[in-house]
Design a protein around this ligand. Structure first.
Ligand code: HEM
Length: 164
């Protein structure tokens, strides 16, 4: 087979493209840029770790139901794990967000990374609301009433209702 024929093969082209994007010498590097030694980089990973616990404990709560998380000791425990991992998640995410903001991390072709973060941030707030609303206690009644009657979140306001 001639060199030009080899050059034209899709396998050759794909291999060259992959090697161009991810050169083997850059995969699993043994050194890192000096700026990565900053503590601020810990917060992205903390957010991710907290999110995993949030999802795991949230699934257990959803499977077992409100009776279980209100009345049983183990239910209280998993509920607390869920609440505190959510607190850590939001705290770490906001520190991470400000860290990336002050480093202007949307530069250098990272616009989509930043935009993914924006979407994640908004989605997290909406999801946290569903968690508050499904607690099945006075807190959840109060927070849903605030949203509906007082119009804390304008699209969900009910003009016909008056605050009591
Ligand atoms: C579920 C929430 C989030 C998780 C789990 C998460 C996780 C991470 C992780 C692990 C990194 C790499 C390590 C680091 O730079 O700290 C990272 C980088 C980044 N994150 Fe997040 N993040 C979240 C939310 C956000 C938000 C809300 C923003 C901003 C609106 C954001 C913007 C960025 C940017 C721009 C980078 C790239 C930084 C760079 O290339 O130096 N992230 N994220």
């Amino acid at each position: 087979m001639s060199t030009t024929e080899i050059d034209r093969q899709w396998t050759t082209r794909l291999r060259r493209r992959a090697a161009g994007k991810l050169p083997p010498e850059k995969l699993l590097p043994d050194t890192q840029p000096a700026y990565v030694a900053s503590w601020i980089y810990v917060f992205g990973v903390t957010t991710m770790a907290a999110l995993m616990i949030v999802i795991l404990t949230g699934c257990v709560l959803a499977i077992e139901g409100p009776q279980w998380w209100h009345l049983s000791t183990i239910g209280h425990f998993v509920n607390s794990l869920h609440l505190w991992s959510v607190e850590i998640f939001f705290f770490a995410m906001v520190v991470h967000l400000w860290g990336k903001f002050f480093m202007a991390s949307w530069r250098g072709g990272r616009t989509l990374t930043w935009m993914t973060g924006v979407v994640t941030f908004l989605a997290s707030i909406a999801t946290a609301f569903t968690g508050y609303a499904s607690q099945s206690n006075f807190d959840s009644q109060w927070i849903t009433t605030l949203v509906r009657v007082k119009g804390v979140v304008p699209p969900f306001a009910d003009d016909k209702e008056t605050a009591r």
